[in-house]
Design a protein around this ligand. Structure first.
Ligand code: ADP
Ligand code: MG
Ligand code: ZN
Length: 620
């Protein structure tokens, strides 16, 4: 840009100089340097046919050539005096037809210098326009750097270190090796140690893969070149491959460096699979990536980190030694990890004394780092909206409910008939759950719409458990059917409101039968296979069993659901009156706490609602 600017200024100066000298040449009147007496003599000899005085210049048009010219020009020192002295002669000669015409032009003659300023200015404006246009054009013309990798270099941002990532201690320990290598590649080289070229970070969305990759770069003071797998994909074949080449080139230039390829599954899918045939562009890009990863030597100080949440669909060639030969699985954090993550995100925010992050951590089973970050943020927003300087436990509870089920939609207008249906449905869930000892206890029942749900029955897991037993799964199915069963029993009609419940119940039953080997007739065999066709997940899997087995699976699933339905029905019939009480209460108050519900089921007065939050059973 600077170079081009200088260059154009020089060109401009040269052009201006040429222009000016030409103009001066053209406009400079050729002066024939006549003496005053000579001019007077020409008049006396009646040689002048006509003349013109313009400022201090006189132009004479002669009858006969004088010194070879018929037009003479000369300076006149005192044109006024000349006019005064010879006025009489002019009139006389004009009368006689000797002098055909003459003219005294008043004012100043245009000097060539008068043109200089506007021309220089106009030239300058044009020059500036040209510089702007050309530089803009080169910037916005995508063809100029189409094949370049559009990376984002992590400089200028706040440096991320391992301290910003919590709950992933083992993963950090594994990555520490990479950090050491990037800090001091020489040492490893001398030892002849083999450092992995590529490390694959696999884990559910929001578990902190991107954050961890940034932290590795931050810890090792390496450059961080981030690109997303989908950035390689363009409309034109070959662009992806050229971007890969460019990416590795850039990295080598700034080494030590980390290349971070987010969502690598966009390029790194198994080749030759997928519905609708292969994808040339993707394969070329992937091949180029493999070539580059094989090509760069250990000493170059470049390490590729890639992230995906679908490691199962990656091409095996990517996972071969020398490429992404190390894989780090990042699981959602456990309760201790969640507490640490909460602490990181709560730092710098003011918390009420009542806030116990340990309690929050215990209650947030299954939350990822991103969910927890979101939780703290939502709570802070609520506090700020209510002009409170500190975040309290209720803010955190509301934020958690919002994340789990979407925001409340209190303003939604609902027909009384629909409210009653929702109340019956939710009461059905709650009453069924009350009868199930292995089911998580009811925490709150609500008929305020939230997210996609018209009503909700919240339960609260008793503990952070890694696995489900057959009994637990079965009882969950019974609880899920409660809504539908209540509709059927007490409305004599059924609604679409239960569709999500039925989906989930069916999936649980199918998993019990086909995945976890929990039914006798099929034995302890898993009838699912890991291989998935890309479109249509889960049960569109390629079947590895006979039609006969498929039929048996369907029969067993139906048997489980039917049994659960009957069981649920018996509970609701037994407690029909209490269920009606819950319904009336919900129609009046919209929400019912777990305690109120328990009192109702025990036949005690329902009473006032105490302070309730999702953290209740975790308080210590
Ligand atoms: P991913 O790339 O796995 O989808 P990100 O790294 O983008 O997840 O995480 C999103 C956000 O969630 C991060 O910016 C961070 O604020 C928060 N986060 C996720 N995991 C953690 C963690 N282990 N420790 C602290 N914060 C985390
Ligand atoms: Mg990410
Ligand atoms: Zn339901």
């Amino acid at each position: 840009m600077k170079k081009r600017m200088k260059f154009s200024v020089v060109i401009y100066a040269v052009v201006m100089l040429l222009l000016l000298s030409w103009m001066l040449g053209v406009f400079q009147p050729k002066d024939d340097n006549l003496a005053y007496s000579q001019i007077v003599e020409l008049f006396r000899q009646e040689q002048v046919r006509s003349f013109q005085v313009n400022d201090h210049t006189i132009t004479l048009y002669l009858r006969e050539a004088y010194e070879g010219k018929t037009t003479l020009r000369s300076r006149l020192a005192d044109p006024e005096g000349f006019r005064r002295d010879f006025q009489a002669l002019f009139l006389e000669q004009q009368e006689a037809g000797i002098l055909e015409s003459y003219d005294f032009v008043a004012g100043k003659e245009m000097s060539p210098y008068d043109f200089v300023l506007p021309i220089v200015l106009a030239g300058g404006v044009l020059l500036i326009l040209w510089v702007i246009l050309t530089s803009r054009a080169s910037r916005s013309n995508p063809m100029n750097d189409f094949g370049k990798a559009r990376t984002t270099l992590g400089s200028g941002q706040k440096k991320v270190t391992f301290r910003d990532v919590a709950g992933v201690d083992e993963e950090k320990a594994e990555l520490q090796e990479v950090v050491d290598f990037l800090r001091n590649p020489k040492k490893f080289e001398e030892m002849g140690a083999r450092i992995p070229h590529g490390i694959l970070l696999a884990g559910a969305p929001g578990t902190g893969k991107t954050l961890l990759a940034k932290a590795v770069a931050g810890e090792s003071n390496a450059a961080f070149l981030a690109i997303s797998g989908s950035d390689f994909m363009e409309m034109y074949v070959g662009v992806g491959a050229s971007r890969v080449r460019d990416l590795f080139q850039q990295a080598r230039k700034v080494a030590p460096a980390i290349i971070f390829i987010d969502e690598i599954d966009a390029v790194g899918r198994k080749r030759g699979t997928g519905l609708g045939g292969g994808h040339d562009e993707r394969e070329q890009t992937l091949n180029q990536m493999l070539v580059e990863m094989d090509g760069f030597g250990r000493a170059e100080g470049v390490i590729v980190l890639a992230a995906t949440n679908r490691p199962d669909i990656l091409d095996p060639a990517l996972l071969r030694p020398g490429r992404f030969d190390r894989q780090i699985y990042i699981a959602p954090p456990d309760s201790k990890g969640r507490e640490e993550i909460l602490k990181i995100h709560a730092a710098g925010k003011r918390l009420d004394e009542s806030v116990n992050l340990r309690t929050v951590a215990l209650a947030t089973t299954g939350f990822t780092g991103a969910d927890l970050s979101n939780l703290v943020n939502e709570a802070a927003i609520t506090a700020a909206r209510e002009n409170r300087p500190v975040i309290n436990m209720k803010d955190l509870n509301d934020a958690m409910m919002k994340i789990l089920a979407g925001p409340e939609k209190r303003s939604r207008v609902r027909l009384e008939k629909d409210r009653r249906l929702t109340a019956i449905h939710e009461a059905g869930h709650a009453v069924a759950m009350y009868h199930l000892p292995e089911h998580d206890p009811v925490h709150q029942i609500s008929i305020i719409p939230r997210g996609h749900a018209l009503g909700l029955t919240w339960t609260q897991p008793k503990e952070d458990s890694d696995h489900l037993t057959r009994n637990q799964m079965y009882q969950q199915i019974v609880g899920l059917l409660g809504g539908r069963v209540a509709e059927a029993l007490f409305l004599k009609d059924i609604s679409t409101g239960a569709s999500n419940d039925i989906d989930r119940a069916s999936k649980l039953a199918r998993d019990m039968v086909a995945r976890y080997g929990m039914c006798e007739s099929l034995g302890t065999v898993s009838y699912t296979s890991g291989e998935e066709v890309f479109i249509g997940r889960d049960y569109e899997k390629t079947k590895s069993y006979s039609e006969k087995v498929a039929g048996t699976i369907d029969d067993e699933v139906k048997a489980i659901i039917d049994r659960a339905y009957r069981e649920c029905e018996s509970y609701l019939r037994e407690d029909a009156q209490k269920l009606q009480q819950v319904v009336e209460f919900l129609l009046e108050h919209e929400t019912m706490t777990g305690e109120q519900f328990a009192r109702c089921m025990e036949g005690k007065p329902i009473g006032e609602a105490g302070d309730t939050s999702l953290f209740d059973s975790y308080r210590q």
